[in-house]
Ligand binder design. Sequence first.
Ligand code: NPW
Ligand code: ADP
Ligand code: MG
Length: 286
Amino acid sequence: MESITVDYVKRYLPVRTSDAHKGNFGRVLCIGGNAQMGGAIILTSSAALYSGAGLITVATDPVNRSSLHARTPEVMFSEMYDYSLLKKMIPKMDVVVIGPGLGRDQVAMSVFKNVINSIGSDQPLIIDADAIYLFGQYLNTYPANKHKKIILTPHLGEWENLSGLNAQTENPDLNRQKVDQLGVTLVLKKARTEIYYQDSQWKNTSGNPSMATGGMGDTLAGMIAGFLGQYADAKIGINSAVFLHSYIADQLAKTHYVTLPSQIIKAIPSMMQRLSTDNREDAVDA
Ligand SMILES: NC(=O)C1=CN([C@@H]2O[C@H](COP(=O)(O)OP(=O)(O)OC[C@H]3O[C@@H](n4cnc5c(N)ncnc54)[C@H](OP(=O)(O)O)[C@@H]3O)[C@@H](O)[C@H]2O)[C@@H](O)CC1
Ligand SMILES: Nc1ncnc2c1ncn2[C@@H]1O[C@H](COP(=O)(O)OP(=O)(O)O)[C@@H](O)[C@H]1O
Ligand SMILES: [Mg+2]
């Protein structure tokens, strides 16, 4: 397994040209947040925004509209249960992320099916949180998904539910077998997150237990989405998002017992700037 380090991330940070505009940095659609868990998709979309995505739309339950706009007026709202609108919107997106706070009921399953049927074979689809459960259920009926560009981001509990491999039994060989069978990219979240591509495997070298707070994975999903819209090479984008998410937490943890997802989000632009310009990577705004 190859290691993702700070030097790797610095080497590949994209350079913004002086004539760049928002259309260069990705149209991202974030889908999730039922009436109980709007915070999850607000974290995801905020993370995509602070990671540099050009244009972000959130498809969510209408009750989340005003809190979304109060938090991030830069982000557009769409009604998650308007299936024909969602179907029309998806082909225009560079990246779609589904799952944070989505729920697992029949309505959530209808949203999921609508999205997986509408997404094109060249469009990255990040499947996180509840959508990982829904993906597992969906596969029972429609097993062939290899034509889709799917990125799964489970924690160990979600991975067990999907693969049958638990925290004790999962290992690189068995994970690889499952990944090949599913035809996906796997971001297996744990203390040292592992990433399985079709042709290589990577291990993160950053992260710490101050990150054990609800919403931390929702935040990572948004960072991956934000980076996928900006990096020409998806593998480098995903690896860099995974590393930076935890690396910012490592810097914050020097002075913070707990690192909140929203603190990490706020520190993304300053960390990216510092890594792109000089060696003062230890400083973050919190
Ligand atoms: N502000 C909001 O709106 C927030 C909304 N959120 C939304 O909540 C929804 C549910 O997501 P979820 O991850 O909280 O719960 P779930 O899918 O039931 O998984 C937990 C199960 O897995 C097991 N488990 C084993 N290993 C594990 C590990 N390493 N890391 C974590 N768990 C591990 C664990 O076992 P345990 O050790 O707890 O017994 C337990 O049985 C989802 O939509 C998400 O987006 C949250 O993000 C919070 C902020
Ligand atoms: N002890 C730890 N060390 C390093 N990283 C951690 C630790 N605990 C949690 N994390 C990270 O926090 C994130 C948690 O994701 P997840 O469980 O999906 O959160 P949520 O669903 O609440 O948003 C993952 O990126 C994981 O790697
Ligand atoms: Mg999660």
